[in-house]
Design a protein around this ligand. Structure first.
Ligand code: DGL
Length: 278
């Protein structure tokens, strides 16, 4: 009897699982906790194997499946792939392996871009693995939307180093974004297709506006994923409606530099990371 009830209505107190190749996914946790403050969150950063962005699709899929298995073993009611590279290369395999809903970064980011663009000219910036996958082109239903995708690998170490608003960030942003406007001068929307990039949002927006001579819409997949999680909970995975703030349990496969890096991405101190082996 109890079991039947459990199957009909999964326990809303179960946590939401979030994983990333490293600490960048904490930008998604930040957006998620702002949108759904009552939810408990279990976070896993695969910091021993980061970066995923330069690895082959098969390797990324294998690593991502191990991350998701870790979260499922902790009884999560929903999985968020807070890594664009893993979303772009492993979403079908992750969905096939999960009994609970799985939300990737690409679909919500693409939906926001489609809503934001006025002329259908969208740029996607991300890791090499994300750009090579063609996942955003597919999700944006190109050729209806004209997509220009560019790998910007130097943005990841800049975000981690905290060099997000200085001369170095401006030079790097100018070099990458100039390339985008050479390829398509009509771009009116840029998707931050990497979980590290929200930290560079300002410099990207300012540099793009300088190069284009007009303001552009900057779309952030972290916010879009938090919205998608809220919609999924309303549609079946069951929200936790308690008033008190939810707990955040952080895990990582390597803990080097986490004390310094994690608060930069989460926007608040992280009490501790538990070291785990996948
Ligand atoms: N988390 C990755 C992403 O969002 C960036 C870092 C990496 O290459 O692993 O694509």
């Amino acid at each position: 009897m109890d079991m039947d009830m459990d199957m009909a209505a999964p326990d809303p107190r179960r946590p939401i699982g979030v994983f990333d190749s490293g600490v960048g996914g904490l930008t998604v946790v930040r957006a998620l906790r702002a949108r759904l403050p009552g939810e408990d969150v279990v976070y896993l950063g695969d910091t021993a194997r980061v970066p995923y962005g330069s690895k082959s699709p098969r390797t990324v899929e294998r690593y991502a499946l191990a991350c998701q298995a870790f979260l499922l073993a902790r009884g999560v009611k929903l999985v968020l792939i807070a890594c664009n590279t893993a979303s772009a290369n492993a979403l079908p395999a992750l969905r096939a392996a999960s009994p609970v809903p799985v939300i990737g970064a690409v679909e919500p980011g693409a939906a926001s871009a489609r809503a934001a663009t006025r002329n259908g000219h969208v740029a996607v910036i991300g890791t090499l693995g994300t750009v090579r996958s063609g996942a955003y082109e597919q999700a944006l239903a190109a050729p209806e939307v004209y997509v220009t995708a560019l790998a910007c690998p130097l943005f990841v170490p800049l975000a981690e180093e905290g060099w997000t608003g200085d001369e170095v960030a401006r030079v790097v942003a100018r070099r990458y974004l100039a390339e985008l406007f050479v390829r398509d001068p009509a771009i009116d929307t840029i998707v931050l297709g990497c979980t590290h990039y929200p930290l560079l949002r300002e410099v990207i927006a300012r540099t793009a506006a300088e190069l284009a001579g007009r303001e552009l819409a900057i779309v952030d997949s972290a916010t879009a994923m938090a919205e998608a999680a809220a919609a999924a909970l309303g549609g079946g995975a069951h929200p936790n409606l308690r008033a008190a703030p939810g707990r955040l349990a952080c895990h990582a496969t390597d803990i080097s530099r986490l004390d310094e890096l994690a608060p930069r991405f989460l926007g608040e101190p992280v009490s501790s990371f538990e070291l785990v082996d996948l």
